[in-house]
Design a protein around this ligand. Structure first.
Ligand code: ZN
Length: 172
């Protein structure tokens, strides 16, 4: 078990552009386990959240772990190659803000992502809705971009406690 502390907004490492992850000689083993154990622990604590990016644990490489809706997988060196013109509004938050507040932002409804899987094999997959939003959020992390950078309307910021009380059931 390797549950790590998640870097919080204000830590300059969250603003770094991460470098390409390489494969071989088990080099990614540790960060892969840390991402998985830490995300699963956060989900247990908060009951929400679907992904974690390596820079959130201080590892500045292009690695993401996602676990949501019955799917768990690692993606390495992802690149968004297509984006739908269609946008949708989502309530976004981050474990690097300690899941303390959300804001309503706009994301592409569908994205096509090229990436390498944990064996280094090239993959290409199109995601819509929830997974589209999730991948845009996580890939942003690899480029030093945070969800707060997408806030257009500061009055949409809501503390998690309020959101759970008022808005959780009104999503989308
Ligand atoms: Zn995040």
């Amino acid at each position: 078990m390797a549950v790590k502390k998640v870097l919080q907004f204000g830590d300059p490492r969250l603003r770094a552009k991460c470098s390409r992850a390489s494969f071989g000689s088990g080099s990614n083993r540790r960060i892969m386990l840390d991402l998985r154990d830490t995300l699963l622990n956060l989900q247990k604590i908060h009951g929400k959240g679907g992904g974690l990016a390596a820079p959130q644990l201080g590892c500045l490489e292009r690695i993401i772990f996602v676990s949501a809706k019955g799917r768990s997988f690692y993606i390495f060196n992802p690149r968004i190659t297509e984006k739908s013109k269609r946008m949708f509004n989502v309530w976004d938050f981050c474990f690097s803000n300690n899941a303390s507040f959300l804001a309503r932002i706009s994301r592409h409804y569908r994205v096509t992502v090229e990436f390498q899987d944990e064996n280094g094999e090239n993959q290409r997959e199109t995601f819509s809705g929830y997974f589209s939003e999730l991948f845009q959020h996580e890939i942003d992390h690899l480029n030093g971009v945070l969800f707060i950078d997408h806030i257009r309307d500061p009055s949409s910021i809501v503390m998690m406690e309020e959101w759970d009380r008022q808005l959780k059931h009104k999503q989308h």
